[in-house]
Design a protein around this ligand. Structure first.
Ligand code: CDP
Ligand code: CDP
Length: 224
């Protein structure tokens, strides 16, 4: 079997990237790598340690103290930050609201991209994020650029957050996603853009099963 296929999935916040990436990896027995969880974990460390992101030396020093590891259990993201499982905490709103500023920093991106490229060496990998098809794996065999109606995206994320954040409102979630999309697409460093050779997948009206079928039709012919 061909054992260095990279599927790169980029797109806006909450449009189904990780749902698709996980399902695809599970179906094809590929490794699933959630690059957003890495940026979220760095943001969490910065929050906890009051790292001043406008201070270059502080950022560089903090990065040296951050050790991230993925532990794959049934294709769910389990990420450890210095040996502590932070998979649940990184999904909280306080992290979501600070992650884009952290992810815009040059030093943070250089370090994350280095680690992500190492994960994709000599393995079959599905990785989702914002710059996977443009910067991390520009030669990925399959590139998808995912999008969906912003209202639908907010509703989907709201449903996810509500059980652990009963006071959250749909408007808050909508604003948070809009703010993040703006920051991610307009930043100087590796902004979210569609790679020229990426296939657009708008899943506004697609179920998770339908989007999986769409992607499987692209990847399966490459597996020999
Ligand atoms: O799941 P969701 O789409 O809400 O976000 P995520 O994939 O967990 O990513 C969180 C944030 O990390 C994004 O809003 C980006 O600011 C940043 N990120 C990035 O800059 N580059 C990546 N490859 C992945 C995430
Ligand atoms: O990774 P990203 O932030 O792009 O999105 P996600 O976490 O995969 O999906 C956000 C929410 O949308 C999840 O609750 C998914 O179950 C849901 N979803 C959906 O309802 N229909 C789809 N076609 C894709 C995702």
């Amino acid at each position: 079997m061909n054992n260095n296929i990279v599927v790169a999935i980029d797109g806006y916040s909450s449009c189904g990237k990780s749902t698709l990436a996980k399902a695809l990896a599970k179906k094809l027995h590929f490794i699933y790598a959630d690059s957003g969880a890495m940026y979220r974990s760095v943001a969490l460390y910065f929050i906890r340690n009051n790292v001043d992101i406008s201070n270059h030396n502080e950022v560089v020093k903090a990065l040296k103290n951050i050790h991230l590891n993925f532990h794959s259990r049934d294709y769910q993201t389990h990420i450890t930050l210095n040996d502590e499982d932070v998979s649940a905490e990184i999904r909280q709103m306080h992290v979501a609201d600070s992650v884009s500023a952290v992810a815009a920093l040059h030093d943070v991106r250089v370090e994350m991209v280095r680690q992500q490229q190492r994960m994709g060496k000599s393995k079959n990998v599905v990785m989702d994020g914002r710059d996977i098809g443009t910067v991390v794996f520009p030669h990925a065999q399959v590139k998808l650029f995912m999008t969906a109606d912003p209202k639908i995206r907010a509703e989907r994320r709201y449903k996810e957050l509500l059980p652990t954040n009963p006071s959250i409102t749909l408007e808050e979630v909508f604003e948070s996603l809009a703010h993040r999309d703006y920051a991610d697409t307009t930043r100087k460093e590796s902004p979210l853009i569609r790679a020229e050779d990426a296939i657009i997948l708008d899943n506004t009206d697609l179920s998770p099963e339908q989007q999986l079928d769409f992607a499987l039709n692209l990847v399966k012919p490459l597996i020999i």
